[in-house]
Design a protein around this ligand. Structure first.
Ligand code: C2E
Ligand code: MG
Ligand code: MG
Ligand code: MG
Length: 288
């Protein structure tokens, strides 16, 4: 009897496998796998923050760093944030992950501040995090807890944040700006109505998306467009950062155009704190 039941269960299992299998295409299976693993990643301590310098084009000094999340999964190896951040947003895991990112970034900023390094640490904040609300409250309590000066911290957000929760996003931004925390609009130029946000928002920085920078050596049109973006940002009193600078030529052009800061592989890849700190201590870079 027990044998028969076992046999039946096996058959059932096999049947259900056959039944469900065609529906689970490769993509949704790996998405499911990724989700399961993502759920365990915080507990298993598989996340790390890397930091990429933002360099002042006038002085060659590092003005700040952007914290970029890295996931080193035991099962999957390194997974790109472009793959797991959208998933974390969909699965409702971004709040927890985002809180961890903010905590680690504030702690690191405080450690650098204690070493006498004037480095602004920026974190990326997802639209979903604004939707839940209280982004400003979280930032403020962390800055207080770790004694990090507000002008050593900033957040980066994309236009999506205004599309999904405009009111919460706006009030968080103005609260943070009042306190002296930096607020940057990220990936500028890639969204739907960029200019409207520029017109109506108080911000401290505008980051020109790397897609506009990539081809400035070769395209006169791209050069003019970037020049116009810089002029526009300055007219609004925003600092401008060029993202994704990969060559010396790009850097020289951006400097000539009056861009304030640059970030990109040519200057430095995102790095773990251990290798970045000595680099920050040396602090200057020859931009000739
Ligand atoms: P992002 O905020 O626009 O970050 C810039 C991305 O460009 C980073 O990719 C960075 O490694 C990459 N990058 C920097 N310099 C260069 C360059 O010279 N050339 C090229 N081709 N790429 C460059 P990454 O680290 O893969 O992150 C991708 C995106 O994932 C980020 O775009 C951001 O939207 C998101 N992200 C990363 N970390 C976090 C996080 O902690 N929280 C949230 N919510 N999103 C994050
Ligand atoms: Mg960013
Ligand atoms: Mg960006
Ligand atoms: Mg981006």
């Amino acid at each position: 009897c027990a044998d028969a039941a076992m046999h039946e269960a096996k058959n059932l299992g096999r049947n259900s496998y056959h039944f469900f299998s065609p529906a689970l295409d490769q993509q949704s299976r790996s998405r499911f796998q990724l989700t399961t693993m993502l759920q365990g990643a915080l507990e298993k301590d598989e996340f790390r923050l890397f930091y990429q310098p933002k360099v002042c084009l006038k002085t060659g000094r590092v003005k700040g760093v952007e914290a970029l999340l890295r996931w080193f999964s035991a099962e999957l190896g390194e997974v790109s944030p472009s793959d797991f951040i959208p998933l974390a947003e969909d699965m409702g895991l971004i709040d927890q992950i985002g809180d961890w990112v903010m905590l680690m970034a504030v702690k690191q900023g405080a450690a650098w501040q204690q070493q006498g390094l004037a480095v602004n640490v920026g974190v990326n904040v997802s639209a979903r995090q604004f939707q839940r609300g209280n982004v400003a409250g979280r930032v403020i309590s962390l800055l207080n807890r770790y004694n990090l000066s507000p002008d050593h911290f900033s957040i980066e957000l994309t236009e999506t944040s205004f599309m999904h929760s405009a009111d919460k996003t706006r009030s968080a931004i103005s609260e943070l700006l009042k306190l002296g925390v930096g607020v940057a609009i990220d990936d500028f130029g890639t969204g739907y109505s960029s200019l409207n946000y520029v017109r109506t928002m108080a911000l401290s920085q505008l980051k020109i998306d790397l897609s506009f920078i990539q081809n400035i050596e070769n395209s006169e049109k791209d050069r003019r467009l970037v020049e116009a973006m810089i002029a526009m940002a300055h007219a609004m009193d925003f600092e401008v950062i060029a993202e994704g600078v990969e060559t010396r030529e790009q850097l020289v052009l951006l400097k000539r155009m009056g861009c304030d800061q640059a970030q990109g592989f040519f200057l430095s890849r995102p790095q773990p704190e251990e290798s970045l700190t000595p680099w920050l201590k040396a602090n200057t870079l020859s931009l000739k």
